[in-house]
Design a protein around this ligand. Structure first.
Ligand code: BV8
Ligand code: ZN
Length: 251
């Protein structure tokens, strides 16, 4: 893996790192991305599914889609890219992991703190009384879950298009983008806002911004450095460099 001298030297001494991940970091685990050739969206249109009105119009279809994704997620494991970020959290003093993913794989990889901008597919809540229901799914007969308390509609605890991101989570993500020295943006097409604005915020304050992706994206022309390749190959390489230099410093 070829990285610039600038990134190499930064990795030897960096104390504050923020990482933003998208669906691409879970691709090697076998979770389809949204906009890839076989992407989830190619089967469905986002506005038909990841949208509150679509849910009210056709809750069963939306639940079918989330259950389909839950089954995929249950059958997969975190990959080397996820594991590398769990290691990075231990090595870097001020480390923040911000994800657009709802697949819970960063927690399963061992990261203690994950800022989930778009929620988490394993959580659901009642839109009438707001009660969180642990992990509901559609019943075997294909009926959508109803609130055990008030029999209201239960929805996945994810952020749909047109919905606000959880304010405290997003504000903290902006804070970390504003103070980090190194911002890694991994496996995202960077088309969905406000998440895609975070690398721009980081760059504006002088952070060194590095993109890890198999393809060019909407922010490739903005970042300081693009490492073209799979997250599962590149991230372990960056962590190995971090580890080596910290070991040397300890001697
Ligand atoms: C809001 C949760 C405001 C549900 C998701 C015009 C301009 C700017 C913004 C807008 C606009 N029109 C509308 C908006 C707002 C809208 C938006 O950004 N739309 C876009 C499409 C234009 N945003 C919103 O609605 C947000 N809310 O703005 O509210 C507001 C203000 C006031 C009051 C009320 C509201 C809410 C957005 C959240 C939507 N929810 N998901 C679910 O998951 O089911 S978005 C969905 O897309 C996922 O979260 C996903 O994470 C996200 C982004 O996709 P990616 O993660 O990037 O995945 P993708 O497939 O696109 O790309 C994968 C990448 O990985 C590729 O680049 C590929 O090359 C790479 N890759 C593949 N394999 C690998 C790899 N890289 C490395 N290694 C590999 N092995
Ligand atoms: Zn209820």
């Amino acid at each position: 893996m070829i990285i610039s001298d600038k990134l190499n030297s930064l990795l030897t001494r960096v104390n504050s790192v923020c990482v933003l991940t998208g669906a691409g970091i879970s691709a090697e685990s076998g979770v389809e991305t949204f906009r890839g050739a076989r992407g989830l969206w190619s089967k469905f249109k986002p506005q038909e599914l990841a949208d509150f009105d679509a849910f009210i119009r056709n809750p069963e279809l939306v639940w079918e889609w989330y259950n389909y994704r839950k089954k995929i997620i249950r059958d997969v494991k975190p990959n080397a890219g996820h594991m590398a970020l769990a290691k990075m959290e231990k090595l870097v003093k001020d480390f923040s992991l911000v994800t657009q993913n709802i697949d819970n794989l960063h927690f399963r990889a061992g990261n203690k703190k994950v800022l989930e901008l778009h929620g988490n597919i394993e959580r659901s809540y009642c839109i009438d009384c707001g009660k969180f229901a642990d992990n509901l799914g559609i019943t075997p007969e294909g009926k959508m879950p109803k609130c055990p308390l008030c029999n209201g509609f239960v929805r996945p605890d994810v952020v749909w298009f047109g919905e606000m991101l959880p304010t405290d989570v997003f504000e903290e993500a902006v804070e970390t983008a504003r103070r980090c020295e190194l911002f890694l943006v991994v496996g995202t097409s960077a088309v969905v806002y406000p998440a895609a604005g975070l690398p721009i915020t980081a760059k504006a304050q002088g952070a060194y911004t590095v993109e890890v992706n198999t393809e060019p994206t909407e922010i490739s022309h903005i970042v300081n450095e693009t490492l073209k390749g799979k997250a599962g190959d590149i991230l372990p390489g960056l962590v190995a460099l971090l580890e080596e230099t910290r070991r040397k410093n300890e001697r």
